[in-house]
Write a protein that binds this ligand. Structure first.
Ligand code: SF4
Length: 690
């Protein structure tokens, strides 16, 4: 008997919908949903194959305890270091009792802030709500965070300062009817393909495109202006655009006057940043900056689309603020057909932030330091809650190495492969007394754990994801959980063993979340049935909000905040003459956990490589496809060279999907001081022939 289950794609933050065809508790196919407003019958190559890894034989099916890892961690030197792990399959009862027992023991001995939880942007909103509730109400700590720290925490901190809300201002539907799209630090064709399709449609409809990227990505071929700036020079580039716009009197004076504050301070900061003055920093001809600035400022309907090329810097927050400044100076925000689109990487990274899986806020960005908010959650949950902000994911690693963080419960994240400077992360995880990892496959991070709990994929659970246009969409269960439990159920069972009962029914968890969160008050499973809802949804009758900041910004006046160029933590020098930057490819997704287990995807790109400009390659005697060594101050990898004219001279680029040659061994664990995001997009490197 075949059934067809409508659900939401588990890969990128675009949020396409498809049907899973299910026969005898097996998924046998995928059909795009024509009626879904996000994807309108389209899927990218990853979406078409999203079911394959779910039933892969590598799936973890039983809890595992490391026999030679138990109680073995002391002073950062695990006794099993260098030895092959011996894993023992245990029952759920045994594993959950054991985990709960160890969490209690460490909490009693070292206090609640010696524990931390990493939730998962791959899990549903309801599961993230349970995980953050578990950290706060059960463990008693605000040490809860997730992978947005390493991708869009700069968006949350930057846009929040400028507008009062750290999310996309407008909707996907508007993209196709823009007059001008400024794409900066984002490769929608490969990383967010159905958003890339909308950009393509906009071009076909006559839109002018400005692409700013160190690589000649596909949209650059159709761009009216293509700016190939150096990684880490974006503030200089944007300030030069603002400076030129104001000098040429192209700013939106009425908007600046009525909707913003801080214009004089901004002008003071940018007035000397002429396009000519930033040429050495950006490596861009002033005429191109002027052309781009004029096009963006004078287009009637213009927006900015950006992604991790802007956020993953030590100046990530300031990069985001610079873009907000540009949009406000030109009046290209706070109305339909304008705005800023931060393209979210993971399927539910927007939701995991919104739902409060962050160390400083509860759901809907209600600060943990706000007495009224805390009292509301205390009353609802029947426990006292911690008053101080918790640790970010970044600072959890530092505290683990210092010996202050003793225990880490990681759900659905492979930090060793995703975080910058893998060896530093390994050192942090080795320093813990107890590590629990909940995963669907045995990842490199899971291999470090004392206990591995088998999680469930998107197809095995009910719930919601929130895509990059702030849209809550339903996730529906197609098959029973392969290992027997959903991630939310696992967390609730550990909570129960620690003496705290949590409701695990996803619909009821959604209702609880709505009851405590003004931004999502009107969200419930029944209201999401057709095409979801875009938050804010203030009440049961509220229709959702396709465009935010319409009459006024959420913070009142938009704030123009002066930001200045600061170079990356590492710049090219005589020893490391290249700047290494990293990114995602069409056929793969993040650590490759799922796409490397999908035959049709893995066969296209089965191994890592480095892109190098043909002029640089010639100087080094490097030919296409030969093996080269890429080296930074943190590590080295041997990969094939891809010699191309598509990358700027002096810059090299690598994807990060390949665990056998993991690029994050090379990247720099230098962090933005505000949001604590790592500098994946610029570090000094050298390339040698092997
Ligand atoms: Fe899935 Fe993103 Fe592809 Fe859509 S664009 S099918 S959400 S990976």
């Amino acid at each position: 008997m075949m059934k067809r289950v409508l659900t939401t794609c588990p890969y990128c933050g675009v949020g396409c919908n498809f049907y899973l065809d299910v026969r005898d508790n097996r998924i046998v196919g995928i059909i795009p949903s024509k009626s879904n407003t996000v994807s309108q019958g389209r899927l990218c190559v990853k979406g078409w194959h999203a079911h394959e890894p779910i039933q892969h034989p590598d799936r973890l099916k039983k809890p595992l305890i490391k026999e030679n890892g138990k109680f073995s961690r002391k002073s950062g030197i695990p006794q099993n270091a260098g030895k092959e792990a011996i894993w023992k399959e245990v029952s759920w009862e045994y594993a959950l009792d054991y985990v709960a027992g160890r969490l209690k023991e460490i909490k009693d001995k070292h206090g609640p802030d010696s524990l931390a939880v990493c939730t998962s942007a791959r899990c549903t909103n309801e599961e993230n709500f349970l995980m953050m509730k578990f950290a706060r109400a059960v463990l008693g700590t605000n040490n809860v965070d997730h992978c947005a720290r390493t991708c869009h925490s700069a968006t949350v901190s930057g846009l929040n300062q400028s507008f009062g809300s750290g999310a996309s201002t407008n909707s996907y539907d508007e993209l196709t009817r823009m007059d001008c799209i400024l794409i900066i630090g984002s490769n929608p064709t490969e990383a967010h393909p159905i958003a890339g399709w909308r950009v393509r449609t906009a071009i076909d409809n006559g839109a002018k495109i400005i692409v700013c990227d160190p690589r000649k990505i596909l949209p650059a071929e159709d761009a009216s202006v293509f700016i190939q700036q150096f990684p880490g020079s974006d503030i200089a580039l944007i300030n030069a655009m603002i400076s030129y716009i104001i000098t040429e009197n192209l700013q939106d004076k009425e908007f600046i006057q009525q909707r913003t504050e801080g214009f004089n301070e901004l002008w003071e900061a940018v007035k000397d940043c002429s396009p000519e003055s930033v040429k050495d920093i950006t490596g861009v001809e002033p005429t191109l900056i002027k052309k781009a600035a004029k096009l963006y400022a004078t287009s009637k309907k213009a927006c900015i689309m950006y992604s991790l090329g802007m956020t993953e810097h030590t100046v990530g927050t300031d990069n985001v603020i610079a873009m907000a400044n540009l949009a406000m100076v030109c009046g290209q925000v706070g109305k339909e057909f304008s705005g800023i689109y931060p393209m979210r990487g993971q399927n539910n990274v927007q939701g995991a932030c919104d739902i409060g899986a962050l160390p400083n806020v509860y759901s809907g960005y209600q600060p943990v330091t706000d007495d009224a908010a805390r009292k509301k959650f205390e009353a609802a949950w029947g426990v006292g809650l911690p008053k101080e902000k918790g640790l970010t994911l970044t600072d959890m690693m530092y505290k683990a190495i210092e010996g202050k963080l003793k225990c880490f419960y990681i759900i659905g994240e492979d930090q060793i492969r995703t975080d910058p400077n893998s060896r530093w992360i390994e050192k942090a995880l080795d320093s813990l007394e107890f590590l629990v990892v909940q995963e669907i496959f045995m990842s490199d991070t899971a291999k470090k754990a004392d206990v591995v709990l088998p999680g469930a994929s998107f197809a095995e659970k009910e719930g919601t994801f929130t895509c990059a246009e702030r849209r809550f969409q339903r996730v529906r269960k197609a098959i029973e959980p392969i290992a027997g439990k959903t991630d939310g159920e696992i967390v609730c069972e550990i909570a129960k063993r620690l003496g705290y009962a949590m409701e695990d029914n996803p619909s009821k968890v959604c209702d609880e979340m709505a009851s405590l969160t003004p931004l999502f008050s009107g969200v419930s499973f029944d209201r999401l049935e057709a095409n979801g809802l875009q938050w804010p949804v203030y009440a049961k009758e509220h229709p959702g909000t396709p465009v935010v900041h319409l009459e006024k910004f959420i913070r009142g006046l938009g704030k123009l905040i002066p930001v200045k160029h600061r170079p990356p933590a590492e710049v090219a020098d005589s020893e490391y003459p290249f700047i290494l930057t990293t990114g995602r490819m069409l056929f793969h997704y993040n650590t490759g956990t799922m796409t490397r287990r999908t035959n049709n995807l893995n066969r296209e790109y089965p191994r890592n490589f480095v892109q190098i400009n043909q002029v640089d390659a010639q100087k080094l005697g490097i030919k296409n496809k030969i093996k080269v060594k890429v080296k930074t101050r943190r590590g080295e990898l041997i990969v094939a060279a891809e010699v191309t004219d598509k990358i700027k001279a002096g810059v090299i680029w690598m994807p990060f999907h390949f665990s056998e040659a993991p690029t994050n061994v090379l990247t720099n664990n230098a962090f933005d001081p505000v949001c604590r995001i790592g500098e994946y997009k610029a570090c000094a490197a050298k390339v040698e022939k092997v």
